[in-house]
Design a protein around this ligand. Structure first.
Ligand code: SAM
Length: 274
């Protein structure tokens, strides 16, 4: 396996500032709530595809003095994560560039391996999970959370937002990923060397003026300034004018007093078979 992205695999969201800023709002309290009750200080954890590190940092704070390592393919994302860890003086947290397909760690080195919103972007999800399991000790935890874009529900309807959801799916599949990964996690775990599998789900809901404005603005910015809007044009799935209409629709939707958005994020937790 290569430590570069697979040739037919492209990270749908990209690492434009608008995307990294949105991801950096995430917290361990929310994104790892299904895992936190099983964590104890001193455990060693690997966060795969850690992005800007706001979740990784929260995990490191809980596990200290246990070592926490975040890995990601993106140097830009890791620069921000390292800066944040240094500013907080987190001595038990380190970041490394690398791919989930070929981790540089010895077998069974970690007590826990975690991946938040990553498997959905991979083409070889079974290989990725196998490699994650390789570096966990027998009996150690594997925890994964992925969105299911097939559950996106919003109001009031707008034909340009409907069109966005359709084009986003098309582009995501063309990039080699799986936008409806959430519903497939149980099957992925059942097919691997994991026992005690527990599947749960949480909904992300945006139903206050501040939340819907932030979500609408963020998606508008991402459509206009990141691969989320560039790749559909490159692939011939939408024109630039259509992308601009989708962005305008997200902005208008975000400030509508009835605006409501929700989708489901599925959580899979298990233990590496002894
Ligand atoms: C949606 S972001 C999630 C970031 C972070 N886990 C979070 O939830 O905020 C997906 C991350 O996976 C990374 N990624 C994609 N393919 C990867 C691979 N093969 N190996 C490691 N990281 C990868 C991307 O660079 C990106 O930072």
């Amino acid at each position: 396996m290569t430590d570069q992205p697979l040739r037919h695999e492209k990270y749908t969201h990209g690492h434009a500032p608008a995307t990294l800023q949105q991801h950096a709002q995430r917290t361990a309290d929310e994104a790892a709530a299904f895992l936190l009750p099983h964590l104890r200080p001193g455990m060693r954890l690997l966060d795969v595809g850690c992005g800007p590190g706001s979740i990784t940092r929260g995990l490191a704070e809980r596990l200290a003095p246990g070592q926490v390592v975040g890995i990601d393919l993106s140097k830009e994302a890791l620069d921000g994560a390292r800066h944040d860890a240094a500013a907080r003086g987190l001595a038990n947290l380190q970041y490394e560039e690398g791919s989930v397909y070929r981790l540089r760690f010895a077998d069974a080195l970690f007590d826990v391996v975690y991946a938040h919103q990553v498997l959905q972007h991979l083409h070889e999800r079974g290989s990725a999970l196998r490699e994650m399991l390789r570096v966990v000790r027998p009996g150690g935890l594997v925890a994964v959370r992925d969105v299911d874009w097939g559950t996106a529900a919003y109001w009031p309807r707008d034909p340009w937002i409907d069109r966005f959801v359709e084009v986003h799916h098309q582009t995501w599949y063309r990039n080699g990923g799986e936008p409806q990964m959430g519903r497939q996690l149980r099957s992925l775990f059942n097919a691997s060397d994991v026992v005690d599998v527990r599947i749960t789900a949480a909904a992300w809901c945006y139903t206050t003026p501040a939340d819907t404005a932030a979500w609408g603005e963020a998606y508008a910015d991402r459509l206009l300034t990141s691969p989320m809007g560039e790749r559909p044009v490159e692939y011939g799935f939408a024109t630039r004018a259509e992308i601009e209409s989708m962005a305008a629709a997200f902005r208008a939707w975000g400030s509508h007093p009835d605006a409501t958005w929700m989708f489901v994020h599925v959580e899979a937790l298990g233990r590496k078979a002894a």
